[in-house]
Design a binder for this molecule. Structure first.
Ligand code: FES
Ligand code: FES
Length: 169
C-alpha cells in the first residue's frame, strides 16, 4: 500500500510553494529535498543539535521536530531568506567576528540569532548564551559566536537608527 500523500502550501522565504508529499515528511526534509534549500542542515534528526533551526511564523523551531504538513499555511524563513543583494547584518556579524569554523552549525545559529534579536535587540552575553543554547557547536567554544551576535545587534541597531534619522531628516 502506498504512503499517504498530502498537498501542502506554505510561504518559504516570501514565496508561496505547493507540493504533494508523503504526510510523514519532516519540514527539514521538505525544505532540503523538495525545495533544494540545503542551507538548513541536518545534524541529528532528533532535536538535539539545532542545525536545522528555521523561523516558522517568526518563531525559531528545529525543523526536524515539525512535519511539513504542520507548516501548512505558515511562513517559513530559512538561512537563504536572510540574504538579499548584500549580506544580512547577522551574516556580517558572524563573518566579522569569526563566529564559525566548519560552518555546520552556522545556519541554525544565525536563525536562532534572528529570532533572539527580533525579541531582544540588545541582549546581554548571558541572554545570547541562553538564546542560542539549542545550538550545538563542536568547533568554536561559543566565544566568537557570542561576539558575532553582539556585533550583529550593533549593526542592526545602528541601521535602525540611520533609517529613523533619514525618515526624520
Ligand atoms: Fe534538527 Fe539536529 S537536525 S536538531
Ligand atoms: Fe563547526 Fe559550529 S562552526 S559546528
Amino acid at each position: 500500500m502506498g504512503e499517504l500523500q498530502t498537498t501542502v502550501t506554505m510561504t518559504v522565504n516570501g514565496e508561496r510553494v505547493t507540493r504533494t508529499i508523503e504526510s510523514r515528511v519532516l519540514l527539514v526534509h521538505f525544505l532540503r529535498e523538495e525545495l533544494g534549500l540545503t542551507g538548513t542542515h541536518v545534524g541529528c534528526d532528533t532535536s538535539q543539535c539545532g542545525a536545522c533551526t528555521v523561523l516558522l511564523d517568526g518563531e525559531a523551531v528545529k525543523s526536524c521536530t515539525v512535519l511539513a504538513v504542520q507548516a501548512m499555511g505558515k511562513a517559513v524563513t530559512t538561512i537563504e531568506g536572510l540574504e538579499t543583494d548584500r549580506l544580512h547584518p547577522i551574516q556580517e556579524g558572524f563573518w566579522a567576528k569569526h563566529g564559525l569554523q566548519c560552518g555546520f552549525c552556522t545556519p541554525g545559529a544565525m536563525m536562532a540569532t534572528t529570532y533572539l534579536l527580533s525579541q531582544n535587540p540588545n541582549p546581554t552575553e548571558e541572554q545570547i548564551r541562553v538564546g542560542l543554547d539549542g545550538i550545538v557547536c563542536r568547533c568554536t567554544g561559543y566565544e566568537t559566536i557570542v561576539r558575532a551576535v553582539q556585533h550583529a545587534a550593533q549593526l542592526m541597531n545602528s541601521s535602525t537608527q540611520t533609517e529613523r534619522s533619514t525618515e526624520v531628516g
